[in-house]
Design a protein around this ligand. Structure first.
Ligand code: ATP
Ligand code: MG
Length: 599
């Protein structure tokens, strides 16, 4: 899919943080509080060992038992620890709430945006990847907060505070500890080199696993009918195993470099500190310093380990956020009408005086899905209001494409289309969808009840739904289902026959009371008897609704006011049935005679 062309890393990081900012903006005050509590907690934690040191060096060792001051120091030690835990709790709750709300907002943003994308985007999109954008990648943005930014901030504060406290206690010891720290950076760098590729690979493979799963479930009947279970199983096993290997490589890097290497380093530091103390003729007054230093050593190493671990998370989160940002950058269809509704006109703007305007006027229309492969050539056509037009032609001649352009699924490249006198790209989206109804070539049903499938969230009354179902002659079979209009139809309407699905799709289109009704092969899957029923329904619409029907079965459109015969994207013949039958050797005549023979 298009968003796979990933931007450069620097740009990615900027993109990721811009997105994070957008998602978290309404929660900014929470962020401020969380940062403040975090800083306070970290500082209190650094203070603890200093009080411990004072207790040991000033009171315990010299046996200077000043009880009130000792009690105060002890209380301070307990209190700072206690308050620090409390602050950490508050910070975590605020931050997690904020992160989760950001994910929620981000998902809403992504899904809302996907709903607006033009059809040409979905020609290229891979469903599994798109789903993963909305679920996994937005979740990664949350990690960017909790796991990355805050842990890094936390660790940095603790690290700086600890080093400052060490300097305060004994600057020579501190310099020695500091001098050894670059070794940690080397370990970090090694870890990065080793684990980053494995992490990226593991992620890509997990996305593949999702994709293969989705594809197989979607096409299970085809898969089983072609005896492809074993092949798909093997393909899945290979991907699954690759994923395992990549994860294992990642784990090896973690297991080697993070804990053991850094823990070893911790022990070296400890030995060095003790060695220096030993060399210096330790006085009794320095035992407390040793205690404090040993306490602090762990606090120098731990934040470094934490920061190290965050790097791979950061990388993942940035890549994921950048993918989300790229998706959000995909231009939505008809953005101008969404952005400036005031400028947009709608097709029914002048319902009273547009009677003379054609329902559809197409002028010199050219179109190609991919550059260089023109599908429609210089098409011009005018359809009066209330007329019944049929479109016929060989497979691939461009019939569905013409309807897609009328439906504004794709922008026309050259030429213009106007509906009721208004150019397509100036029509307000909502109004446009209400005026133009579609019965598509493959009727798409939701995994919902018959009622919901006709309603499509428009909030129609039972009366309106039934009227539409009756007009489409779907009422009888719907009421015969075990729960009538409330019968769940299964995913993709799997409980119905293809013809029944088509009748539901017709009812759905009619329920919107469109002024223009487009039918793409609406009769191809129904028997002759049902086809006659649909024809009766079409007849009832005559004069009230402009009907444009594509039909392979020519009997459906025999009675059309005019039939357009498409051939390789050009209009080859046009006229009513009788007239077209007069053209000897004409395309329509040949098609018709062939069908007569077959019948
Ligand atoms: P049928 O009777 O089989 O439905 P049709 O007349 O409706 O055929 P179209 O679907 O309009 O044919 O296709 C016209 C041409 O455009 C075909 O060559 C097809 O390969 C191409 N085409 C259709 N849809 C796309 C698409 N989404 N992307 C690229 N090319 C497409
Ligand atoms: Mg078609």
């Amino acid at each position: 899919m298009p968003s796979n062309t990933e931007p450069k890393t620097g740009g990615q990081t900027r993109q990721a943080f811009a997105l994070l900012h957008r998602a978290a903006r309404p929660d900014q005050h929470h962020l401020g509080w969380a940062v403040m509590w975090l800083m306070l907690a970290a500082l209190l934690e650094v203070l603890g060992p200093i009080m411990g040191k004072a207790l040991i060096d000033e009171h315990l060792l010299p046996r200077h038992l000043d009880w009130p001051r000792m009690a105060a120091l002890l209380a301070g030690l307990l209190l700072t620890g206690w308050i620090a835990s409390g602050l950490r709790y508050l910070q975590l709750v605020r931050l997690s709430g904020l992160a989760m709300r950001s994910v929620m907002r981000l998902r809403q943003m992504v899904y809302g945006h996907v709903l607006l994308l033009p059809m040409s985007f979905f020609d290229r999109a891979i469903t599994g990847q798109l789903v993963s954008r909305v679920t996994n990648d937005t979740e990664a943005v949350k990690n960017l907060y909790i796991q990355v930014l805050f842990v890094m901030l936390d660790s940095t504060i603790v690290l700086v505070g600890t080093i400052a406290a060490m300097a305060f206690l004994d600057w020579r010891l501190m310099s020695m500890v500091l001098a050894l720290l670059p070794a940690v950076l080397v370990i970090v760098w090694l870890y990065q080199r080793w684990s980053a590729p494995a992490v990226t690979r593991a992620r890509a493979l997990r996305s593949d696993i999702n994709g293969q799963m989705a594809e197989s479930i979607g096409g299970m009947s085809v898969l089983q009918a072609n005896n492809a279970e074993a092949r798909f199983g093997a393909r899945f096993a290979a991907t699954n195993h690759d994923h395992y290997t990549a994860r294992l490589a990642e784990l090896r890097a973690n297991a080697w470099l993070l804990r053991p290497a850094l823990d070893l380093f911790n022990i070296i530091l400890l030995a060095a500190v003790i060695f220096m103390f030993g060399n210096r003729e330790m006085t009794a007054s320095e035992v407390g310093v040793l205690y404090a230093f040993i306490s602090y050593l762990a606090r120098v190493i731990e934040p470094l380990i934490q920061i190290t671990m965050q790097f791979s998370q950061l990388q993942q989160a940035v890549v994921a956020s950048a993918r989300v940002a790229t998706l959000l950058d995909e231009a939505a269809a008809n953005e101008h009408s969404a952005a400036a509704p005031g400028n947009a006109r709608h097709a029914g703007a002048d319902r009273d005086d547009d009677g003379a305007r054609p329902a559809v006027a197409i002028r010199h229309l050219n179109f190609a899905y991919n550059e260089g492969q023109t599908v429609l050539h210089d098409l011009s056509l005018e359809i009066p209001q209330g007329a019944f037009f049929g479109i016929v032609g060989h497979t691939g001649s461009g019939k569905s494409t013409l309807l897609s352009l009328l439906l504004r699924f794709y922008p026309a490249h050259h030429g213009s289309i106007a509906i009721h006198g208004v150019p397509l790209d100036e029509i307000d989206n909502e109004r446009f969808r209400a005026e133009v109804g579609l019965v598509p070539q493959d009727p798409f049903l939701l995994a919902a009840s018959a009622r919901e499938n006709i309603d499509m969230g428009r909030g129609l009354t039972q009366q309106q739904i039934e009227t539409a179902a009756r007009a489409a002659h779907a009422h009888d079979f719907i009421t015969a289902l075990d729960q009538g209009y409330d019968t769940p139809l299964g995913e993709g309407g799997s409980r119905l026959s293809v013809g029944q699905k088509q009748l539901i799709a017709i009812a759905r289109a009619l329920a919107g009371q469109p002024r223009i009704l487009l039918l793409d092969e609406a009769t191809s899957h129904i028997d002759s008897q049902t086809e006659q029923i649909v024809q009766v329904a079409m007849d009832e619409l005559r004069g009230k609704v402009t009907v444009i029907a594509i039909a392979h079965r020519l009997s459906t459109i025999r009675d059309a006011d005019r039939i357009i015969v498409l051939n390789h994207g050009r209009i080859a013949e046009t006229g009513p049935h009788e007239q077209l039958m007069q053209i000897d050797g004409g395309l329509y005549q040949r098609l018709y005679l062939l069908q007569q023979l077959a019948a």
